[in-house]
Design a protein around this ligand. Sequence first.
Ligand SMILES: [Zn+2]
Length: 447
Amino acid sequence: MYRNFYRLMRFAVNYRRELRLMDYLREFERNQWLSAEELRQVSWQKLKQLLEHAYVNVPFYQQRFQEVGLTPADIQTEVDFLRLPLLTKEDINKHTDSLMATNYDERQLKRDVTSGSTGVPLVLFRERDHDIIDVAAFTRYRRWFGCEPGDKIAWIWGRRGDISGVTLAQRLKRERWLDGYRPTPDKLQQYAEMLLKWKPTIIAGYGNVIYIFAEYLRSQNITGIQPKVVETTGMTIWPHERETIAQVFQCPVSDRYGSHEAGAMIAGECPEHSKHIFSDFCYVEVLADERPAEPGQMGEVIITPLYTFGMPLIRYRMADIAILADKPCSCGRGLPVLDKLVGRTTSIFTLPSGKLLYGGIFRHIVLKDTLAIRQFRVHQSDKNQIEVFLQPGKGFDETIVSQVKQRCLAVLEGEPVNLTITVTDDIPITAAGKFLVTTSDVPVSFN
Ligand SMILES: [Zn+2]
């Protein structure tokens, strides 16, 4: 009922936008049932369009193509495409202006500083209407679990600005934002009571925080929060965490792999538990030693979002590690399948008082808007010891250090933690790999 009202309302607000959305959605819906080969073609055609656009309109790519002696016409196969150099976060920050398409007016683009999930803050420009295509991609994914736009979503998320009170837009969109940064028992209790009454269709958010919430509900014998699906994102969840979430919420758990850089989706897990790459939305390569990895072989994820024309990101290094599956999914969708996504972890920090803190808070709050930091890492070695490592970038000075310290202390809210800040050009790598930005050696305890 509300779904219909919601659609009608969106139509009334902007019917042109709504028609475009429907077009995209129809296409996405159709694409997913194509064969793997047909989908490869669809994806390739979109990629070719983007390359041609970038070659004609984006100074950075004109130069890149020139440097390697290529034109888009030379790129006929996936192997040819390997000849274009990879794009790093540093490239983006260094060449922000020349990465913008000259046929786009500044007013058509929106500036966005992302928190940098791998420890490098990033400035991006995106078309103002890009969210239409994001919504279409999300909608295809959520329909896999019987969900539609207008269904109630509870986000267990972090950005502070998003969680203060319920805005009118959130009411109309039927979204609720719960603070995933500080999952204290008091807050979890509040959320439990709210969600029991409100009955969300989808619970979405950081996988490990949703797991903590599920553990809390179980410890308090609270039952009855039963969405259609729990959508986890932001990091890989462990099998026991997934099992607990599925048992407590009595519904499927679907892991979504997305990123600010890609837009809504890189991959999403279907009801048959395959992580389907949204290859008609984002071109994904998995590379081992700069060559396409074999199915089953571990490789680095490289993405090319296919609908970002204002500031194209071509062969962008995600700094994630994945393995491609060697078999198609039994659900019948032709979208390729990621067998595993590894090396994506954001720890939960356990503070001296026993309070839990989602590690991502350091990315979103402590390091926000600070481009003078090239890279960072936050590590908790024991309950009382947190070390912050900063690699200086352009414009770095002592005031940045004291700002970071202030922000960390604010986040720690008076906990007796020995906080050290080390400025270094050589950030130590963890045993688990270089992609772990916020890590804690302290096991999470619920007592
Ligand atoms: Zn499937």
